[in-house]
Design a protein around this ligand. Structure first.
Ligand code: ATP
Length: 311
């Protein structure tokens, strides 16, 4: 049965302190409140795929041999994600983001990518053939080395697995031959502008032009996510706009991860292109009505109920 989703990406822990105001260099600001969130784009997308889908989800990632890594894996296990191919790197910490947020919502973030940077092409190539043979879709994002993503895409292609690349965050350099290994690329507006070295996209003509340029590089389909405006898709599966579902947004963090994970899950179940985009769009719409990234990823039943109401 070829129905597995493989997610290749990062695992992080977000350590967040809410403060009255952000400290200046050298200053200490006392009186904040602390909370800890599971994060990393790879982990978020794996959770989105596992909750929204009914097929197995395998995560290829790396954590350190520390409490953050263990807690991240425990959380992913609760979502029934197959962690057999998550590497535990012994001489490096797990990925950690230190986040300070002030009363106005302004933030300052420092990321120690840790084990994510040590996930190597060799780690991907060690994953047994049987995993790729049983996979329908591979979903990859950055926050891990570009070469590792390339190894994953290439291996997936060899086994006839549909490849989705969420190019976030956009690396400094992308090898030109990576594009032709991508069945579906899912940038947001900032990412596509950075990828193509374009100024910010202003209007519908800019959206169409940017998508066409990406297709010209060898990508088979582009799904350009446009926040509350929905998404624009172009390529072998067709071209058009899909408006977002009208919801009251509370926190849009992780909308892109919800969209990508749910798209991968829908395609792995053999849903048609239009249905898969609607499914992804519904999952993302639900996620923005809730706080946080990983905790906001909706379950399958919630997406089904949402689509019954929203038609
Ligand atoms: P993030 O980086 O915050 O995870 P992103 O920038 O990668 O998100 P967006 O383009 O903001 O991704 O959003 C992805 C999808 O989520 C959109 O295409 C849309 O379907 C849905 N979405 C985002 N914001 C809203 C909103 N306010 N209301 C409804 N749907 C939304």
């Amino acid at each position: 049965m070829k129905d597995r989703v493989i997610v290749l990406g990062s695992v992080n822990t977000d350590l967040v302190v809410k403060v009255r105001r952000l400290p200046r260099p050298g200053e200490t600001v006392i009186g904040g409140t602390f909370y800890q969130n599971q994060g990393g784009k790879g982990a978020n997308q794996a959770v989105a795929a596992a909750r929204s889908g009914e097929k197995p989800v395998t995560l290829i990632a790396a954590v350190g041999n520390d409490v953050f890594g263990r807690e991240s894996l425990a959380a992913l296990q609760r979502d029934r994600i197959d962690l057999t191919h998550v590497k535990v790197k012994h001489s490096i910490s797990s990925g950690v983001a230190l986040i300070m947020v002030d009363e106005g919502g302004e933030n300052a973030i420092a990321v120690a990518s840790g084990a994510n940077t040590a996930l190597s092409p060799a780690d991907v190539n060690e994953v047994p053939d049987s995993v790729f043979e049983s996979a329908a879709v591979l979903l990859a994002c950055f926050e891990i080395p570009v070469e590792t993503v390339r190894a994953g895409m290439r291996r997936a292609r060899q086994f006839g697995v549909t490849t989705i690349l969420n190019p976030a965050p956009v690396p400094e350099e992308l090898p030109a031959d990576l594009f032709s290994d991508v069945d579906i690329m899912t940038p947001n507006e900032h990412e596509i502008a950075r990828l193509l070295h374009l100024p910010q996209i202003e209007d519908e003509a800019g959206v169409r032009d940017a998508a066409t340029r990406l297709l010209d590089r060898g990508v088979r389909n582009v799904v350009l996510t446009l926040g509350a405006r929905g998404c624009f898709f172009a390529g072998a599966e067709g071209t058009g706009f899909l408006p977002a579902f009208p919801v009251k947004a509370v926190d849009t963090t992780g909308a892109g991860d919800a969209f990508n994970g749910a798209l991968a899950a829908a395609l792995s179940e053999g849903r048609a292109w239009g249905d898969s985009l609607r499914w992804a769009s519904a999952a993302a719409a639900i996620s923005v009505t809730r706080a946080g990234a990983q905790p906001s990823m909706p379950f399958r039943r919630e997406i089904e109920d949402f689509l019954k109401i929203h038609g």
